[in-house]
Ligand binder design. Structure first.
Ligand SMILES: Nc1ncnc2c1ncn2[C@@H]1O[C@H](COP(=O)(O)OP(=O)(O)O)[C@@H](O)[C@H]1O
Ligand SMILES: [Mg+2]
Length: 254
């Protein structure tokens, strides 16, 4: 078990956006979090990633209590979120964005850079190697020197994943990784997410596209009005009457 929450809650005034949620993420799996709009999925991510402090409850990561840590402290422990494309540096090139994503892993300071120390050289070589490898992995090798502003939506999503991977995280949180792209592009991103998992990464994703979730997830957690109403394999969830009723309004999943 990589991450676990205990009775995690976030209340906004009288609104229970996340209400006493217990769930866990196993090492190496893809866990999908689904639920209707406003059911608390993004808020749950905000609580885990340190973007918002919880009202009550706990977040444990690798047995460490990380509840209430700031987002940079959570990131330093290896929990990375793939951001919307707006956080890309669109005046820069693909290579620069990946190198910046890598920056958290390097120790080089001002004096190292000024005097071109051995450490500076070693880290520069590591960064170059890593950035090259990553650009190939996310399918952007042929766009290495392209400016972000010229990339398609799909390519920007690939880059966002590359940036998250650049810091070699232990857990990737993806909030609707295929929002705003077409069917064909979605298939490409699904393939990439699968490759990321196969490379050993643990992934927790929020997703609306039911086909994609059923296809990709090892397990699914279902939220409704801030509460966890079900948890199980895609097959179990698609047959769960509570889920079908609450989430799908009586329609079948597939
Ligand atoms: N910062 C906030 N302040 C007040 N209410 C919020 C805030 N963030 C989210 N909410 C409310 O919490 C509920 C859950 O929102 P959210 O987690 O974004 O849902 P989801 O991602 O499942 O669509 C919604 O009713 C939303 O309006
Ligand atoms: Mg959301």
């Amino acid at each position: 078990m990589l991450l676990k929450t205990e009775a995690l809650s976030k209340h906004f005034g009288g609104l229970k956006a996340v209400d006493a949620v217990d769930f866990h993420i196993n090492q190496g799996e893809i866990l999908a979090i689904i639920g209707p709009n406003g059911s608390g999925k993004s808020t749950l991510f905000n609580l885990i990633s340190g973007t918002l402090p919880p009202t009550s409850g706990k977040v444990l990561f690798q047995d460490e209590n990380i509840t209430g840590l700031k987002s940079y402290q959570v990131a330093a422990r290896g929990i990375k979120r793939t951001f919307q494309t707006t956080t890309l540096f669109d005046q820069l090139r693909v290579v620069d964005n990946l190198a910046i994503g890598r920056r958290v892993n390097t120790q080089t300071g001002f004096w190292d850079a000024l005097f071109r120390t051995a450490r500076w050289k070693r880290e520069r070589d590591e960064t170059v190697g890593k950035v090259l490898e990553l650009s190939g992995f996310v399918g952007l090798a042929n766009k290495f020197f392209d400016f972000v502003s010229t990339l398609s939506q799909e390519a920007q999503k690939r880059l966002a994943m590359g940036i998250a991977l650049a810091s070699e995280p232990k857990l990737l949180l993806m909030d609707e990784p295929t929002a705003g792209i077409n069917l064909e592009e979605t298939a490409g991103i699904i393939e990439l997410i699968r490759a990321i998992k196969e490379a050993g990464m643990t992934i927790c994703l929020i997703e609306h596209k039911m086909r994609m979730v059923m296809d990709l997830a090892d397990r699914i957690v279902v939220l409704n009005y801030g509460s966890k109403i079900a948890e199980g394999t895609p097959a179990e969830i698609s047959e769960n009457p509570v889920v079908i009723e609450a989430y799908l309004g009586g329609k079948t999943v597939a």
